[in-house]
Ligand binder design. Sequence first.
Ligand code: ADP
Ligand code: MG
Ligand code: MG
Length: 254
Amino acid sequence: MLEIKDLHVCVEEDGTEILKGVNLTINEGEVHAIMGPNGSGKSTLSKVVAGHEAYEVTQGDILFEGESILELEADERAHLGLFLAFQYPVEVPGVTNKNLLRQAYNTIAQEQGREELDPLQFEDYAKEKLDLIKMKPEFIERSVNAGFSGGEKKRNEIFQMAVLDPKISFLDETDSGLDIDALKTVANGINQIADDDNAVVMVTHYQRILDYITPDHVHVMIDGEIAKSGDKDLAIKLEEQGYDWLIEPATASV
Ligand code: ADP
Ligand code: MG
Ligand code: MG
């Protein structure tokens, strides 16, 4: 579904290279975790896939369903079915969650030849999805993110994902700042959304959300490259041993 090939990325402004040849293939039905130390390039990778303007791809390609998306704008990528959780976390006072999401939903539906929903139909649809993450119906009437707590913002991201039903979702640090109950709720929501015809990429510094979501593939990003890939056991090893053994193999504990 998504194929990242030898991706090199610089900061547009000053030309600093951040991603130094990333290769990654994500198929439908898979859950991937991208882990790694702070500053290794995890968020940059998510943003570049989303089409963030601050970055320039200097080498390599990103293919979505076999076609390069490098020339597409962020919204065009979203219409294809790519979802990046941080695309909508800004506060939009005066615009309700419901209206923003219905607009996004209908734009994507139109693009993909699906039926658009009128306000009442959308409300019913959205309420079903609210259940997934145990949020109250009033939540969709509030202005987007205005005054949301950290936990509510994270839940809202998963709610948006549930509503938009993307083909592939990148969730960047969705677990950070959540207490244990919120973490379980969010993880449970993600587990219910993940199915055979979509893919989820969890970008996370910590292993803890992986106690509740079992990834099919775990990758460690170090200094702009995928230094190691494995299965869930790799996440457990990282939890026990940290990242040092990958950064300085000579001093790794066995
Ligand atoms: P991670 O998410 O793994 O913690 P990031 O992708 O956020 O890492 O950042 C990787 C490196 O790239 C960091 O050193 C960061 O400061 C730098 N970086 C990312 N985006 C920019 C930017 N827009 N301008 C300058 N430096 C950036
Ligand atoms: Mg980050
Ligand atoms: Mg689906």
